[in-house]
Structures are given as C-alpha cells and as structure tokens.
Design a binder for this molecule. Structure first.
Ligand code: NAD
Length: 469
C-alpha cells in the first residue's frame, strides 16, 4: 500500500504535468462529483443516519442539496471566474497588458469534521477542483460511516491520479501534516486548529481555518415571539445543535425571556412531540465521548433547566434543553456548546447586550431577532462576526453568493461559490510589456536628475491613471 507521502508525491507530479488545469477537465470532474452524489444518495443518507441519526429531511437539505447546488453554481460560473481581471493603469503602463490571473495552488489538503461530514468535506473539494488543484481529502474518523463511504466512492468517480482520500484520526493526520502542501483547508475545533497551524508553519503553508465558537442570538425590542421561537428552535436543534453556526446562547431582557419560554415550550412540542426521544426528526449526539462532554457541561452549569434536560446514554440522546439564570462565568459559557443545550442570559439594554457580545471572541455567526431595524442595524454596526443574520439562524450560509467563514478566533478565510474558488487560487499579478516607449521608461534610469524625477512622478501618479486610461 502507498504511504501518505507517496500519495502526496504522486499527486504533486500529476499536478506538475498540468492535467488539472484545462477548464474542460475541471468541469468534467465536477460533473463526476455530481454523479457520485446523485447515484449514491440512498447510501449517503443511510451513512449519515448511522453516524448521527440524521433525519432524511435535514440530510437532504444540509448535506446533499447544499453540495449539489454548489456544484451547479460552480459549473455555471467557472468559465467566467477563470477569466483574467484587467486592471486600471497609469501613464507609465498605458501600453502594457496588466491583469490578475487565477492560478491553481498545487496539492491542497482538505480536513473535514464530523457534524456535516459530507457537506464540509465536499464543498471545499468543489472549490479546490474548480480552481484546478489536486487534493488530498481527509474525512473525520468520528463520522465513521460517511468516512468509509467517501473513501469508497471518491476514487470511483474522480480521477484517482489527482484526488486521494486519506483516512484516519489524530495520529494519521499528524503524520499527514508532515508533508508539504500548497494549502491546508481545515474545518474543525479551535484546539486542533492550533496543531494545524504549528504543522503548517514548518513549510509556511497557507491555511484556511473554518472554526467555531459561541454564536449569540440577541433578541431585543419588539419581536414576533412565536416566529422567533420557531426559528430559534429550528436553528438550535437542527442536527441536535451540532452546527458550527447554531445559536449557542440567547441574550435577551428578563421580560422577553418570560414571553419566550412558553413559546419555546409550545414550539418544541409542535416540532418533536411530547417525548422528543421518539421523534424521527431529532439527530443524536455523534459519539459516547461527545455525549459525556455535553452531560458534564450540563452538570457543571449553575443554570436552571426549564425545558428538557432528559438524556439516555445508550441512545446518545439529549433532549432539547433550555436553561435560565445562566451567568457569564457559567460552565456553559466557557466553551462552544455544540449540542442541544440552550442557555438564556439576560441583559437589560441594547448597549449591555452589545458590550456582552464584544467581550467574547468574535463569533462565526451573530443573530439578532427584532422587529426594529434600528436595533438590527445598531448591532450590525457595533459588533464583528464571520456572518450576520437578522430574524433567523443558519440560513445565511446556504447562499453561495455570500462568503462563508469566520473572523479572528472563529476562522480565517472564507469559501462558497466564487469565494471558495478564490481561496483555492493564487491571484497572480501579471504585467506583459513590450519594448515600446523606451524614452518614457528612460526617465527612471541613472544618471538621476530632478527634471526626470518630476516627470516620472507625474507618469506614475494616481491622478494620471484615471484621466488617461
Ligand atoms: P476536530 O477539530 O476534533 O476534528 C476535525 C478534524 O481534525 C478531523 O478530521 C479530525 O480527524 C482531525 N483531528 C482531530 N484531532 C487532531 C489532531 N490532534 N491532529 C490533527 N488532526 C486532528 O473538530 P470536530 O469535533 O470534528 O468539529 C467540531 C468543531 O468544528 C466545532 O468547534 C465546530 O464549531 C467546528 N466546525 C466549524 C465549521 C465551520 O464551517 N466553520 C463547520 C463545522 C464544525
């Protein structure tokens, strides 16, 4: 069997041969990836169900269709994206061809997480292929069924010389990271991101980090409580709260909290019935280890459980749970929850809420629920986050025209649609010159003289660029 470094070396020599560069090749591979998903939809849904008890509805929406839509969008736009961008010039460069050319980076490494094990592995792959790269793809070992399925299917559909799946956990990934890559695209936790960064620093490999954090849902001012409860419950308990953009906690006034609680109770019952454990529409926690982490968090919290709280270790089940009287230094506020537990914290003014948000690390997503556009705009103006959505959760990440990614500790870089193509491309600055205007060029040659300098400054000034283009 080939070693990891033999795989990387093989891909690198194939990349150097230029096979992945023609747009026809890229479009063909994207079409193959589309066939892979369409031909094997049932198997994919079954693997996702085995890994997370993911309901078919959620799996189609957030795993299968999101990749299919990205593929359609990329295939439809790739020939436009690869065109060079001609740039503005000044007098000194008037006769030159000056443009930005998108070039493939080389052999890239894509490391995926377990929570959306298809979507978060294949979406970056779509961008990597579109940009003309070879790729090593490392699925998460935690979502074992999807991991195995990807390792079986990808080589059947994609050019094996150009794209390789490498499987394994921390140990195998550590060895894999000793290899030189031209880019590392990592999705996962902040803890492992530090390990990735250390490994990348050895070869000065550029990285994209798609991380997580605590996404606030700030409910303030006049608000449609019934709709707010439905959208909050949906976005929080989708995939049992194991979404990097799930609302992590709610911030609201005590009065809003009191109005919200009965609406949350009613919505939970509408969505998942009286006993959510029997509902087919609620995922399970991915592993016993992750279940234990969440139950420990719940135990250590000083908050009061007002909804849910039930659990079943055998079934890796935790009921949709809501807590009140949670303080900023509570255990639930110390790390990303990443499960079906929702603490509600109270603040009494808009300013207090904004100050609270700004005391935490910049989140991957920030949600504001309010009927008042001035509230929404004030929060938008006075905070920072990877993405922002008013009066809903998660949904902003489904639009391929918006960049998806974090800021600061919630991630570096972005992808989806053209943004992903750009992430996996080098923007090469090109100036094609001939031998014309040598007299004008002569202004910069020694012997230096004051009059040459003032002419030179005029030909290269920003002012001359606008009027003389
Ligand atoms: P994780 O960091 O544990 O694992 C992600 C990947 O890293 C896996 O492929 C795993 O095999 C590998 N890995 C684990 N330990 C490693 C080590 N020591 N050395 C090298 N590689 C290692 O993350 P996770 O638990 O799969 O995902 C949960 C986290 O990911 C959450 O914080 C969540 O917010 C974040 N996330 C972010 C996004 C996003 O798009 N921004 C999406 C999903 C999840």
């Amino acid at each position: 069997m080939e070693t990891q470094s033999q795989v990387v070396d093989r891909l690198r020599s194939v990349f150097r041969s230029g096979v992945t560069i023609p747009v026809e090749f890229r479009l063909n591979q994207l079409a193959e990836l589309m066939s892979m998903i369409k031909d094997n939809e049932e198997q994919i849904l079954s693997a996702l169900h085995k890994d997370l008890a993911k309901p078919k509805f959620e799996a189609i929406m957030s795993e299968v269709d999101i990749v299919v839509n990205e593929l359609h969008y990329t295939i439809a736009n790739l020939t436009t994206w690869i065109q060079p961008d001609y740039v503005a010039k000044n007098l000194a460069t008037k006769l030159d061809d000056c443009f930005v050319r998108r070039e493939a980076l080389g052999v890239v490494l894509i490391i995926g997480p377990w929570n959306y094990p298809l979507h978060l592995l294949l979406l970056p792959l779509v961008s990597a292929i579109a940009a003309g790269n070879c790729a090593v793809i490392k699925p998460s070992e935690v979502s074992a069924h999807t991991d195995l399925l990807m390792a079986e299917l990808i080589p059947k559909y994609l050019a094996q010389d150009c794209y390789a799946v490498v499987r394994g956990g921390a140990e195998e990934t550590t060895t894999l990271l000793h290899n030189r890559f031209d880019h590392i695209f990592y999705t996962g936790s902040q803890t492992v991101a530090r390990i990735i960064l250390r490994a990348a620093s050895v070869h000065l490999t550029p990285v994209t980090l798609e991380l997580g954090g605590k996404c606030p849902c700030f409910i303030y001012g006049r608000v449609n409580i019934a709709a707010a409860a439905r959208r909050l419950v949906w976005s929080k308990y989708f995939n049992a709260g194991q979404s990097c953009v799930a609302p992590d906690y709610v911030l609201c006034s005590a009065a809003t909290r009191d109005a919200l609680l009965p609406a949350l109770r009613q919505t939970l019952e509408e969505f998942y019935g009286e006993d959510p454990q029997t509902s087919p529409d609620l995922s399970r926690i991915v592993s016993p280890r992750h279940w234990t982490r969440l139950m420990e968090l719940l135990k250590r919290s000083a908050g009061k459980v007002v909804l849910g709280g039930e659990s079943d270790q055998e079934d890796k089940y935790i009921a949709p749970t809501v807590l009140v009287d949670v303080s900023e230094d509570d255990a639930l506020m110390a790390e990303e929850i990443f499960g079906p537990i929702l603490p509600i914290l109270t603040v009494e003014s808009l300013e207090e809420g904004i100050a609270f948000i700004n005391r935490q690390e910049k989140p991957l997503a920030l949600y504001v629920f309010s009927d008042e556009s001035s509230v929404v705009n004030t929060v938008l103006e006075k905070t920072s986050s990877g993405g922002f959505c008013s009066n809903d959760g998660i949904i902003h990440m489904c639009l391929p025209t918006l960049p998806f990614g974090g800021v600061g500790a919630s991630g570096w870089g972005s992808y989806h649609g053209r943004w992903g193509f750009e992430t996996f491309s080098h923007r090469r600055a090109v100036m094609l010159r001939g031998w014309m205007l040598e007299r004008l060029n002569g202004l910069r040659y020694p012997p230096y003289r004051e009059d040459k300098l003032s002419w030179l400054r005029w030909t290269t000034s920003a002012k001359s660029s606008c009027s003389l283009m």
